[in-house]
Write a protein that binds this ligand. Structure first.
Ligand code: SAM
Length: 262
């Protein structure tokens, strides 16, 4: 893992077990038809756009937008034929009059500083009769595996507000979308058993994320951050042990899936 960039590690270790299954669930809920135009907002390394492309075939019109050019560089390497654009969810880089039949924002909304602006942009980009799907993780208090790992980190760093789990209240997402003019807004909580063949990379990437989100971690020099990541990883061994599944690790994970019409 040492030489790889964060986006490369995200794609290599997390996308298959942690993100692809939810993209599949989303397109079971919001069915794609030939000719559909699909927009993946906060696409990261592009798993939602890629699953859409798999389902639509090479003729599919699929666009992925993310604020982080390094995530998009990996997306471009994996799927060069998809239209990847650097941009902010609060000011989508769309062509004049460009609209989509299906818009998905998977595990992105919780990070947007201006959520009403992002919802307004989604509404503007959705074609008449189109469908929107937004997924955010539930609070980590409802996800014992991630709650237990956070508690290990908090013993070293003090309280951590985990942004990844910061918009888990489906009622807030529903209200946001209704206020932006969407209708038929519906939400459900979906839980799945997630399994990693090797839990070690997940543990390390999660520790890096927790350190980065903590006030103490933000104030540290790089070498201190690296040391505390090692301490969290070794301190998390008992958690990993208690979720062991054969040679891997398995746990229940819950996400909101909120759908709406334009
Ligand atoms: C957890 S990743 C999810 C990526 C992808 N949707 C997936 O399911 O793998 C969150 C992504 O949100 C992106 N992001 C955060 N703030 C953003 C913003 N304001 N506009 C666009 N993308 C943003 C990050 O760069 C990151 O790639």
């Amino acid at each position: 893992m040492g030489q790889a960039s964060f986006p490369e590690m995200y794609e290599r270790w997390l996308v298959g077990p942690l993100f692809r299954p939810w993209a599949e669930v989303t397109f079971e809920e919001v069915k794609l038809s030939p000719g559909h135009r699909v927009l993946d907002i906060a696409c990261g390394t592009g798993i939602v756009a890629r699953v859409a492309r798999e389902r639509l075939g090479a003729a599919g019109y699929v666009v992925g937008i993310d604020i982080n050019a390094e995530m998009l560089a990996v997306a471009r390497t994996v799927a060069p034929d998809i239209d990847w654009r650097v941009g902010n969810a609060g000011a989508l880089p769309l062509h004049d009059g460009e609209q989509f039949d299906v818009i998905v924002c998977q595990q992105g909304l919780q990070f947007f500083p201006d959520k009403p602006a992002a919802a307004a942009q989604m509404r503007r980009a959705l074609a008449r009769g189109g469908r929107l799907a937004v997924a955010t993780w539930r609070s980590d208090e409802e996800i014992p595996f991630f709650r237990d790992l956070r508690r290990v980190a908090e013993r070293l760093l003090g309280p951590i507000a985990d942004l990844r789990h910061s918009f888990g209240d489906a009622a807030l997402i529903e209200a946001l979308l209704r206020d932006a003019g969407f209708h038929d807004v519906r939400s459900r909580t979906i839980s799945r058993r997630i399994r990693f063949e090797d839990g070690a990379p997940l543990l390390r990437l999660n520790a890096m994320a927790l350190v980065g989100m903590s006030a103490a971690g933000k104030a540290m020099a790089d070498h201190e951050r690296m040391r505390v990541v090692e301490d969290i990883v070794s301190g998390s061994a008992p958690v990993l042990q208690s979720y062991a599944d054969g040679s891997g690790v398995a746990f229940e994970l819950s996400s909101n899936l909120v759908t709406a019409k334009g």
